[in-house]
Ligand binder design. Structure first.
Ligand code: FE2
Length: 512
């Protein structure tokens, strides 16, 4: 089933994952300035909350201070994205995912490591910077006297991830267009369209790229009850697009792709067409209903199998692959509910202490038998090992992977009122079942870590681990390098920035 933009419109679909009506005068239950004052009071008591402070500048630039011995053959650029401007004046957003995006580049060369960061100049960011106030509703906040939203990209903050592909650098959101960025200056060029007839159609933040550069992605249109599927070749040309009707609609964040199939989990966090308030508040968690699993043929999007799992929420998957017998395997970080998103990521914006153990994610393996079309799930580790941000060696994307890099934390060792989130980086060996990890100092809050392959090597055992931490004592963001085979020995080198940036979301490494 292929689609174009005209068909979406004529189907009454519209293009809005974000609803465009019913916001006038609507406010969330807390007064809008209380988040600002509560957070800044809490910051005095809990200095690690600096990880959720708003950035103080539009852009940053520095030469990092290196310690340890940086590997001579680790050269390239780590791009990262994430919500960064959480406040405008004395107005503070009420959800971690609301903040306007900031793109960062850590450039690693023989001359050392330089850092550059710049706010993504979205239409919303430009308009609100000029107005000096929050104008538009966001994922989790409706500001006072919100302006009318005339298109999804009018509220597209581009703050989730980054995609280097076919010579372009794109900043990704979930419910709107990609933003084309200048890879050298980090300036924003504007929204990017893979083809004219798909302009403005949502392109979400976790595309899957095969080893030949073939790209698969999805987008969702909540009010239309549609998933959109994208297939793009290595040159950036749209090969085909499709749509899948989903009723009731939900909010998928990630998906997986194998040699033959596209797989999405659709949790029972249902979009309520007539609900009011911020986008997330228009969703209802129905714990008594299934998480639907849809398995779609890459060849023919109309060939679909629908399966059921118990109610669960998954932000992120590792990677999927399909063996010769037709068995699909992938791992995901499974939550029993979306409370981490609907509650914890609000509470943290007020500076409340959040006990991560209450809503911890756990690494599960999912198996789909494509002969008899059954799905099963099993926990890989004990319930007290919390996990998030699973990543793999990108060279084995959509094929068999044997290692997963991820952040972890022991939920049994939380001390009340100290930082309670993930504090380790782990490498899981899926063949042996072993997990090797490094626990960061109490002053350091890790962000997503990536597997970086050694040039010329083909093995998943030959590479580095590259990842940042927010050090709230030093007030510095630190880039760490580990040997992938001895993560537990700690970083072999570190590049320290002379400032600390708020916690971001996802990144990508480009060799060279
Ligand atoms: Fe994500």
């Amino acid at each position: 089933m292929s689609i174009n933009r005209r068909q979406l419109l004529t189907a009454g679909a519209g293009l809005m994952a974000f609803p465009l009506s019913g916001l006038s005068g609507a406010l969330t239950t807390d007064s809008t300035d209380s988040y600002y004052h509560q957070f800044h009071r809490a910051l005095q008591q809990r200095p690690w909350l600096s990880a959720y402070q708003s950035v103080k500048q539009h852009s940053y630039s520095s030469q990092a201070r290196i310690s340890g011995v940086w590997p001579a053959d680790l050269r390239g650029t780590l791009y990262r994205n994430g919500p960064a401007q959480h406040e405008i004046g004395s107005f503070r957003y009420q959800h971690w995912f609301d903040g306007d995006g900031m793109l960062q580049a850590f450039r690693i060369s023989d001359g050392g490591v330089t850092h550059q960061a710049k706010m993504i100049a979205t239409e919303k960011y430009i308009a609100e910077s000029a107005a000096q106030r929050a104008l538009y509703p966001t994922f989790g906040t409706v500001p006072p006297n919100p302006a009318a939203v005339i298109s999804p990209d009018a509220v597209n903050v581009g703050n989730i991830s980054v995609l280097p592909h076919h010579g372009k650098l794109l900043a990704l959101w979930e419910a709107g267009s990609a933003w084309e960025m200048d890879a050298d200056s980090l300036d924003t060029k504007g929204t990017y369209a893979f083809s004219d007839n798909m302009r403005g159609v949502p392109f979400s933040a976790h595309p899957r790229i095969e080893s030949d550069g073939t790209l698969w992605n999805f987008g969702y249109l909540s009010s239309a009850g549609l998933l959109v599927l994208w297939n793009i070749d290595a040159t950036g040309k749209l090969v085909k697009a499709g749509k899948v009707k989903v009723d009731p609609m939900t909010m998928p964040h990630d998906f997986v792709v194998t040699e033959k199939h596209i797989i999405l989990l659709l949790p029972p966090f249902h979009y309520e067409t007539r609900a009011q308030g911020a986008f997330i508040d228009r969703h209802q968690w129905n714990a008594d209903q299934a998480t639907r699993v849809v398995v779609i043929s890459k060849q023919d999007f109309s060939v679909q199998k629908w399966l059921d799992l118990p109610a669960q929420w998954v932000f992120h998957f590792s990677n999927a692959w399909e063996d010769r017998s037709g068995t699909i395997r992938f791992q995901g970080v499974r939550y029993t509910s979306p409370n981490i998103m609907s509650k914890d990521f609000r509470d943290i914006m007020r500076g409340d202490w959040v006990n991560a153990a209450d809503n911890a994610g756990q690494l599960y393996e999912y198996t789909i038998n494509t002969k008899n079309w059954t799905v099963s799930e099993t926990a890989l580790w004990s319930a007290n090992v919390a996990a998030e941000f699973p990543t793999i060696d990108p060279r084995v994307s959509c094929q068999q992977h044997r290692r997963i890099v991820m952040l972890t934390g022991d939920t049994m060792k939380r001390s009340p009122h100290s930082y309670s989130g993930l504090n380790e980086v782990s490498v899981a060996n899926l063949e042996s079942g072993e997990r090797q990890f490094y626990r960061y100092a109490d002053s350091q809050i890790p962000e997503e870590h990536l597997f970086v392959a050694k040039s010329g090597s083909r093995a998943e055992t030959d590479g580095w681990l590259l990842g940042t931490v927010h050090d709230w004592v030093k007030q510095a963001t630190l880039l760490n390098v580990f040997d992938i085979n001895s993560v537990d020995a700690g970083p072999i080198a570190q590049a320290a920035l002379p400032y600390a940036l708020p916690l971001g979301l996802h990144g990508k490494f480009v060799e060279g």
